[in-house]
Design a protein around this ligand. Sequence first.
Ligand code: HEC
Length: 122
Amino acid sequence: MVRRFAGLLLGMLVLTGPAWADGDAAEGEKVFAKCRACHSAEPGKNGVGPSLAGVFGRKSGTLPGFTYSKAMVEKALVWDEKTLAGYLTDPRGFVPGNKMVFLGLKKQSEIDNLLAFLKTKK
Ligand code: HEC
């Protein structure tokens, strides 16, 4: 019995994969409240910051119709789990000179959930 339970747990761990992959999109939408003052998740709707619809796979600083800082354009990275987590943890350290006024998210769970939410916004 105990053995079977352990086997089941192990199987679940293998199935769910690395920690960053199992964020909760509904929780992430709540975290997105911290971004809404400046970002929409609707395509084409820019505010103080660029729309974050379709941000996964986008090259930094390239959304048409938004005026980015030189720093963001020249950074020329592709937004994925790793780069977004890095930027959102420490915006100023990750892209020095960029103009997003945001201190950064502190909790890994907030980032995981937020990224799960953003992934649903194509
Ligand atoms: C006070 C306004 C403000 C807040 C709050 C804010 N941002 Fe931003 N964000 C900006 C601005 C302005 C830029 C453009 C930066 C530049 O060009 O240097 C930006 C850029 C970005 C980019 C790069 C997009 C691209 O097209 O290259 C991402 C990703 C991003 N923000 C995510 C977020 C997320 C997620 C949050 C919430 C956790 C957030 N931001 C909170 C203003 C804000």
